[in-house]
Design a protein around this ligand. Sequence first.
Ligand SMILES: [Zn+2]
Ligand SMILES: [Zn+2]
Length: 261
Amino acid sequence: MTDGLLRELAIVWPIIFANDFVRYALAASILFGILTLFRRQLAHRRIQQRIATRPDIRREMSYSLSTIFIFSLVGLSVYLGNKAGVFQIDDALPSLSTGLLQFGAFVLAHDAYFYWIHRAMHHPRLFRKFHRVHHLSLSPTPWAAYSFAPLEAVVEAAFLPLFLLVFDTSAIVVLGFTTHMIIRNVMGHAGIEIYPKRWLNWPLLRLITTTTHHDLHHAEFRSNFGLYFTWWDRLMGTEHPQYRQEFAKSCMQNVNADSQV
Ligand SMILES: [Zn+2]
Ligand SMILES: [Zn+2]
């Protein structure tokens, strides 16, 4: 590796790290701030009675920081791969239709990738080393979005270079995809049902996962492995049998507002 390249990487890596960090910190703190500010008004939408403790939140933050470090190293490898011509990331703005098509492909592919790696990581031989850390959050908070053991963080991060190996994509779409990913991720870990109570009555919208969907996965481990959409769980018979009832309960149940985070 030449001195010039090393100097370049010394400039680029902190930028990639800062990007990943700011994206997580902004998304989690904005949602956490809103939920804390309106905790009394949202008390009836709390999904679980169990409340995350301060040590829970500290653990979620510190593992998320380690994940951001790993994401930034993978981001650096994508930068190098793009420079070497392994990936074709286009800096020019795409047309709206091309951009939307690329974005849709990104999200659908990531949803499928996540479902299957997630199910694989629940295999007894893999769970402890890969996925146990994420499930230490029995009642997650937005800070749990990146709370992964290092091995899981590597598997999660691997999606981006794998996708870029197959599809040529615009840089702006990569940015849009990663932004959408963290927003949906913190929403899934909100602990409060933030979707409208009629969400599951709408045929298309109910294909999009709610907060209760992922919260049930944290509470019970055995169902709801999907990320953005419900179809993989429905297709593979892994949707929580009481999902609709639990969603309805999350939108209506009353708990003591003083016990909120
Ligand atoms: Zn989770
Ligand atoms: Zn899991």
